[in-house]
Design a protein around this ligand. Structure first.
Ligand SMILES: Cc1cc2nc3c(=O)[nH]c(=O)nc-3n(C[C@H](O)[C@H](O)[C@H](O)COP(=O)(O)O)c2cc1C
Length: 189
């Protein structure tokens, strides 16, 4: 299959791409617990202990939005509970708007250094505003300010625009003060 792009020249030639190969044999498939959540937790713990895997909790989230548009991006798993996989995001983002239209999503954990991946398909549900706020409070100050500064998925007119928003939020809530949870973290604006 070929994904048609408007790229005019490929800086890597076909042979170079075909030569990208390693022989598999890293992990093998041993028996796994019957409960898929237990199996998942076991593999996540193993992935987190492999130095070559950075962000073992990073997962690729795919959504189906307006006009059957599939879109995909990385988010971080922050909890596994009651049979659910939790991530946090901006409710004004493209992904949140797509999920509003279609709650069916997929997740993919790509643990290439272990020659493993886990794909999950399911239905999304919003966590409570309290849970989002509680998690927001645990984030480092710079990430909290970043959440106020970033209008996720919206085009920026310039880098300065983002830097100014970041500086504005930093002035409003200097390091060491309590940064309130942004409204777009707890509800759709
Ligand atoms: C390693 C990594 C982790 C990320 N984790 C999150 C996350 O937990 N939540 C989030 O909203 N965006 C996260 N992002 C940013 C998203 O990938 C994405 O760029 C952003 O959410 C806007 O996506 P959208 O326009 O498809 O909604 C992460 C990006 C990377 C590279």
């Amino acid at each position: 299959m070929t994904l048609d792009t408007s790229m005019e020249e490929n800086p890597l030639d076909r042979d170079a791409i075909r030569a990208m190969r390693r022989s598999y044999g890293e992990a093998g498939l041993e028996s796994l617990p019957d409960n898929p959540f237990v199996a998942f937790s076991q593999w996540l713990a193993e992935a987190a202990s492999v130095p070559a895997i950075v962000e073992a909790n990073a997962m690729v989230l795919s959504t189906l939005g307006d006009n059957n548009e599939i879109s995909t991006r990385t988010v971080l798993l922050k909890d596994i509970s009651e049979g659910g996989f939790t991530f946090f995001t901006n409710y004004s983002s493209r992904k949140a708007r797509a999920i509003e239209l279609n709650e069916q999503v997929t997740l993919l954990f790509p643990w290439f250094a272990m020659e493993r991946q886990i794909a999950i398909s399911g239905i999304t549900e919003k966590v409570s505003a309290q849970e989002s706020a509680d998690y927001f409070a645990t984030r480092p100050w710079s990430s909290q300010i970043g959440a106020w500064a970033s209008h996720q998925s919206s085009p920026l007119s310039s880098r300065e625009e983002l830097e100014q928003r970041y500086a504005g939020a930093s002035q409003k809530w200097p390091e060491g003060t309590v940064v309130p949870v942004p409204p777009h973290w707890v509800d759709i604006e």
